[in-house]
Write a protein that binds this ligand. Sequence first.
Ligand code: SF4
Ligand code: SF4
Length: 351
Amino acid sequence: MAPAGFLSKKRMEDFLKEIGKDALVHVPVLEGNVVVFRPYGQNQTINLERPANAPPKAVIFPQSDTFFTFRFIKDPQDPKKVSVEINPPSDFPEAIIFGCRPCDAKGFKIYDKVYIEANGPDPYYMGRREKTTIITLACPAPSAGCFCTALGGGPAEKDGSDILMTDVGEGFYLEPVTEKGDKLLKAQGVAQLIEDGAKYGQEATKRQKDTHDSVKKPFESINYRDLSRDLFDDDRFWEEMVSKCISCGACTYLCPTCYCFNITDEKTLEQGERLRSWDSCMFKHFTLEASGHNPRPTKFKRYKNRIGHKFLWYPEKYEEIIACCGCGRCIRYCPVSVDISEIVSNLRKTE
Ligand code: SF4
Ligand code: SF4
């Protein structure tokens, strides 16, 4: 692995242009007062100061993904005979996510367990995942609602990143984390823009530690065994915790670790496409059965399921990993300020 490098802020645009020669680069852009990931282009205000409102999960797990297109072909000699032509996507583009936060990158590790490791690879997810390089920026300061350190992560966590950047004032200290990241930094045109990072290492470590220490902790740490099953199964607990929820689903759409979906066919008489689209477990119709029965008819049951998924069942199934990275988005952007960190804290066993 190459030693850490340094990229001057003055050369950032050159760096983006260079890495964009062979890949579609997604950058955090300020639009109005929200920060969203967009393909790198002209007339953009790249924002690295605050985390994007929405994580870049759509780069690898698109909000609406075409599995294949299809066409019905009638036999002109015998109209009763119809064949179906199916066209899967031919390839996935090389992509780079630039400037997301370590918690966003960690979100993809949570997806990997489900979409690659557990049941054999999902070709659509894996196709994009393999072709995407993730360059994260260590958080310069925590945002309201962040609680990553309570979940074992941190503002300079490397797990999930291919390259970790730390703002050291006039530029970024660049640490390659994976072979993929190392290869990108060693590519000829890129290497020419990078200086030796040795003299910035100490400053980067100090800044990383300062931010780490300033993240608020609603609890010291958590394991799924720390949660009270009695409270979890007590309807009154959920009624008390989530009475103000309006079931808008924002918390799931903005979450870098939520991955539920629906599959639909959109078609005319002769052709169409099969789509996978994000869905939300906070919606009433998410579990509505054809019989009319709904096993989760109330917002309390739906929120209980959301917490159960992330803090109990996922860790039970996947190496005790909590399926929440503490990014705080569901707290910051919930229109009625439901606070997942407070709810989980209240759900812990007490003496
Ligand atoms: S964002 Fe808030 S109000 Fe909307 S579904 Fe989530 S918890 Fe409920
Ligand atoms: S549940 Fe909330 S805090 Fe946890 S990863 Fe999702 S949006 Fe972030």
